[in-house]
Ligand binder design. Structure first.
Ligand code: DAH
Length: 350
């Protein structure tokens, strides 16, 4: 047998042996026996010394080609074997049933998130934009711009956490009003587009806690500024929103309320839904719950926002989102909302 025939024979041999190999170790052993230092293909190179220069060149090329072919055959066989193993494993697994309920526990939304989103949808459908605002604000934003100068007694009700840099954790979502007026006043003045915005957010106060007071709670502020906006617009919006949220007619009452940033100012109360209006700890035994203080924006507040109060008027409201969630879901104690118990909070997600 000449050398070239030997090469073909070796390739045929490796093909048939690879066909029989049943695991990776067997294939590896074959690689060593053909292509290793003393492998049969490598050994062929030993004949080179007996050949003429021309023969040596062509034969050398043939051996190298054979080496490459053998290496490719080995790789292919390995790949095949691995694929077969995966296939076998998959076949041995129990069938996957898409209709089975998942074993993992699904997350749920906090009741405040649920009412917040619902209110956002309602106000969006009435043309309001939803704004995001920082929890850390300046004294100017939280107080001065809202017509509450330093040393004003209204600040006593809203003691909060002050940071070393003079900023504070906002006590009311009203703190975002100034920024919103500034953001939209050009559109109002140049294009005659009313400012209609809501801004939900977390508020903080130095508060002794009980069933209806917390140091951390959520509000949703809303403002509507344009030409000829009046109290009737305010009442209409409040009524529409509350009947949408509760999906039924709610007993409300409007009474005068003092807030330095509105004139006139109102307290909008709803009949307590926990006790049906007879009185309970959640409503301080009055049968009524202050849910949405509101009023016509004070001229000084509009001025601070760069809006001329002689030309434009508007209303503002501060909806107590935390209270709303309590009423909507019958949560008796406000502290449960910050309690972190997944078990009690997860029951509200439908
Ligand atoms: N910011 C007030 C508070 O937290 C609530 C409030 C009252 C907001 C009247 C308003 C408003 O926008 O018009 O006590």
């Amino acid at each position: 047998m000449n050398n070239v025939e030997k090469i073909s024979e070796l390739i045929a041999g490796i093909k048939s042996e690879l066909g029989k190999a049943s695991d990776i170790a067997g294939i590896e052993a074959l690689r060593v026996s053909y292509l290793g230092k003393k492998g049969s293909i490598t050994e062929l190179l030993k004949c080179l010394k007996d050949l003429s220069e021309d023969e040596r060149k062509t034969f050398g090329q043939k051996v190298n080609a054979a080496k490459e072919e053998a290496a490719a055959l080995i790789e292919e066989a390995k790949k095949q074997l691995q694929e077969n193993e995966v296939k076998k494993e998959l076949e041995s697994m129990p069938e996957f049933d898409m209709s089975m309920p998942p074993r993992i526990r699904r997350g749920s939304y906090h009741p405040i998130t649920l009412v917040q989103r619902e209110c956002e949808e309602i106000f969006k459908s009435m043309g309001f934009t939803v704004e995001d605002y920082s929890e850390i604000v300046s004294e100017y934003e939280c107080f001065e711009s809202l017509n509450i100068p330093k040393d004003h007694p209204a600040r006593d009700m809203q003691d909060t956490y002050y940071l070393e840099n003079g900023q504070l954790l906002k006590t009311q979502t009203s703190a975002a009003q100034n920024a919103i007026y500034r953001k939209y006043r050009d559109q109002l003045i140049n294009d005659g587009k009313p400012i209609k915005a809501i801004f939900p957010g977390r508020c903080f106060r130095n508060e002794s806690t009980d069933a209806c007071h917390e140091n951390t709670f959520f509000q949703m502020e809303g403002v509507y500024v344009g030409k000829d906006i009046n109290i009737s617009n305010l009442i209409f919006f409040m009524k529409t929103m509350l009947s949408e949220v509760f999906k039924k007619d709610i007993k409300v009452r409007l009474r005068p309320g003092f807030f330095p940033f509105v004139e006139p100012g109102f307290e909008l109360d709803i009949s307590c839904l926990i006790c049906g209006g007879v009185g309970c700890p959640s409503c301080k035994h009055s049968g009524w719950l202050e849910l949405c203080p509101c009023g016509m924006i004070h001229p000084e507040v509009l001025k601070a926002g760069g809006i001329d109060p002689e030309v434009y008027t508007g209303f503002a409201f501060g909806l107590g989102l935390t209270r709303l969630a309590m009423m909507k879901y019958g949560i008796k104690d406000i502290r449960d909302l910050n309690g972190g118990s997944l078990k009690s909070m997860e029951q509200f997600t439908e």
